[in-house]
Design a protein around this ligand. Structure first.
Ligand code: ACO
Length: 356
């Protein structure tokens, strides 16, 4: 049976165990707290301990969301996980999350739309529930970016405060090559519980999603692909080709243009106005990007939420983390109109509207 509406019944998030301030990164590569804050707004991020997998963070966030919704894990009949950093090249993490939560043979699905994973995954989740494929769906955005860091074991010990011995010049120089990217990311997961609602005044209202595959190499991971034989090699490791390549200026321009455009497009689709939006939660790519989006949309400071200062960019996890913080701090109230927007590698981008 097709349902008219779905809504979010609970949310929760977790971060990696180790809080790493900008200052710690200055001991790993040539960077400064000032440069990172000025260009990105980031003050700190969290990294997991070695051995913790994306599925572990996803499960921990899921348990918090389930408790918040008052659902038992056994109530869940569909799992959707958005991640670009799965535990293994394949399979995706959703089946691992299902097993770790101890669920039966319910269907699970992986979404790989990178930084727009939350808005894309929310559309898929909403559609699955409205189509009757799941009655209580768990949707998780989870990422472990630590594996991208081109750091030796000793550099990790230094970053995590476990050693004060200096890093070799060779290791420092190698890490410095990738510094414009590595300082931006952190490890975390956020989850939401989605189910039908009979309340016509609440729930997920609509989406405006887009893709443009022309500029893939503006933001991508060059190695570990089946374009190569073998798909991963020693040369790739030596050259650091497992670290994402990013043309920061292109990403910046795309983000400050496409995110506002898609917010306006979804509002038009739903016959609502920007003035109706109580809060915009943008993907936390960079505080300067969020400020650009805010400026384009002419939003006052209290109508946009940013928390990248505390967590860095956590890709598919940024929006559910921000949403959870806003719900639990009272920044979002029942009946508020919330807009979500994100843009990520692909490029994929879009916006969603929801009445809390
Ligand atoms: N610390 C110190 N100096 C640095 C660092 C660093 N971490 N990184 C780069 N620099 C230096 C460069 O070497 C360069 O020095 P030079 O002028 O002497 O040659 C200078 O800073 C400028 O470097 P650029 O790479 O040109 O840096 P830019 O000004 O473009 O800023 C940034 C980089 C912050 C990434 C910017 O391009 C940006 O905001 N891009 C948006 C993309 C983004 O934030 N993506 C997030 C992930 S993707 C997503 O979520 C969609």
């Amino acid at each position: 049976m097709v349902q008219a509406h779905t809504r979010i019944y609970g949310s929760g998030f977790v971060t990696g165990d180790n809080c790493v301030k900008n200052e710690a990164l200055t001991r790993v590569c040539d960077t400064t707290d000032e440069w990172i804050r000025e260009r990105s707004g980031i003050e700190q991020r969290y990294f997991v301990n070695e051995g913790t997998a994306t599925s572990d963070l996803a499960v921990a966030a899921a348990k918090k969301a389930l408790a918040d919704a008052g659902w038992q894990a056994s109530d869940v009949d569909y799992i959707v996980v958005a991640t670009m950093t799965p535990d293994y090249y394949f399979p995706g993490v959703s089946s691992i999350v299902q097993a770790k939560l101890g669920l039966g043979n319910i269907p699970t699905l992986d979404i790989r739309q990178q930084c727009s994973g939350f808005v894309y995954g929310l559309q898929v989740s909403d559609a699955l529930v409205r189509a009757g494929a799941g009655k209580k769906l768990l949707f998780i955005g989870a990422e472990i970016h630590s594996g991208f860091m081109p750091w030796s074991k000793h550099q990790w010990d230094v970053a995590l405060g476990k050693s004060t011995d200096p890093v070799s010049q060779q290791d420092r120089d190698f890490a410095t090559k990738f510094r414009h990217l590595t300082v931006l990311f952190g490890d975390a997961a956020g989850a939401v519980c989605i189910a039908p609602t009979d309340d016509p005044k609440r729930g997920i209202l609509g989406f405006s999603l887009h893709t443009d595959g022309k500029d893939v190499e503006s933001l991508y991971v060059p190695s570990a692909g089946f374009k190569y034989r073998p798909y991963f090699s020693e040369e790739h490791v030596r050259e650091g080709r497992y670290v994402p390549v990013m043309d920061g200026r292109t990403v910046f321009k795309m983000a400050v243009t496409k995110m506002p455009e898609s917010v306006n497009a979804v509002l038009a689709k739903c016959e609502l106005k920007l003035d109706d939006v109580n809060l915009l939660i943008p993907h936390q790519a960079n505080l300067r990007i969020s400020e650009g989006v805010q400026k384009q949309l002419k939003l006052a400071d209290d109508r946009i939420y940013n928390n990248i200062q505390k967590y860095g960019n956590t890709t598919a996890a940024t929006i559910p983390i921000a949403y959870d913080e806003c719900r639990k701090s009272g920044r979002i109230k029942k009946g508020d109109l919330i807009a979500f927007t994100g843009l990520g590698a692909g490029f994929h981008w879009g916006a969603a509207l929801m009445r809390e």
